[in-house]
Design a binder for this molecule. Sequence first.
Ligand code: UD1
Length: 417
Amino acid sequence: MSCLVIEGQKRLHGETGVQGSKNSTLPILAALLLCEGESLIHNCPDLSDVAGSINILRYLGCEVEYGSNTLVCRAKDLDKNHIPDSLMREMRSSIIFLGALLARTGSASMCFPGGCDIGLRPIDLHLKALSELGAEISDDHGVFRCTVPNGLHGANISLSFPSVGATENIMICASVAEGTTVITNAAREPEICDLADFLNGCGANISGAGEGTIIIEGVNRLSGTRHSVIPDRIVASTLLACCASTSGKIKLNHVIPSHLGAVLSIFRECGCDVDIRGSSIIMDAPVRLTAPKIVRTMPYPGFPTDAQAPIMAMTAKSKGTTLFVENIFENRYLHVNSLLRMGANIKVEGKVAVLQGVECLHGAQVEAKDLRGAAALIAAALGAEGRTTLSGLKYLDRGYEDVEKTLRALGADVRRS
Ligand code: UD1
């Protein structure tokens, strides 16, 4: 089993780019099922979740070529409407294929999706919304069977929570449904806007993405397009947390700073000097961070749940006390036990974690239990005294493209063994 060996306390310095967004790429790949022409997706990160999506596309009959962060897909003749369990269980976002497959073939069947074990991850909002668009869905011992006996039609869909995945599933499916769909309380994440840009590039008619109400005028068919995926705001947040953890100074290129508003405000509260220059962020971290008072995860534009773990790791050595409140997922403190092994002082009670900053962390043997937790442990290890050995890299590889190479270029001592 491979692991990362990290020798801590090397101050990060220099500059690096940021990979394309995983959370943008995955729904776009699912939407490719609807495109009858050829599509080219640039800035497509090389991740195991992307490989999982490519496997699903190929299984369903798409021709896919992938290399050098560019993906070419032709979805001309699709001959299947079932996704096997082994492909579904690889990742959570496989549920996004439901709307796309249904819209393309008129029927779909699949089991419950997999993904990180960060708490109950129901798909009720996805299923309810697809029913409102005309799907008939039955649950046959954990296998969903969906058909559209009278075709897909537009609907007014009000989400009880602005679920990112449900919003994406609706956008994809409704883009070829007959008539108008209005989503209220839609997710407003930048990845939603990226998906809308991609779909509109293929001929869809979607307006309001990035706002609480999205309007989709159904069109008959989608063609292919060329699209470049937006930079990954969570990877950017992670690299900044790694920098802050080592009192470093780095320049991140190819980012969209406005996507990082809530995160940058926490870095500034910690005493980091954050300078935005076009599509670059230059961050200079102090010798010791000041603990931010409260980090409360919220739907966008609030503080992202995906950045909670890396920010907690960097804060572990800060001066003062931070209250973390995790409002999105119920089990998103899986990294805390490992941080405790490294000398952190954190108490968790339900969705709240109270962190008392310590003078220093020390290296330890730790195991990642989820994707962002893996990133957090890297941030902690980079700032810790001595050597950390991190296992559980299958989680890391779901979302971070060659992170050790990126960190080494910034002066870190990290190797995979
Ligand atoms: C996406 C992101 C993930 C991020 C999350 C929140 C991708 C591939 N993943 O996940 O990295 O952490 O947004 O920003 O883009 N919920 C329900 N019923 C549903 C759907 C969701 O109750 O049908 C609940 C979830 O359990 C969770 C909350 O809504 O508590 C947010 O989930 P959602 O926004 O759907 O997240 P994902 O799309 O799964």
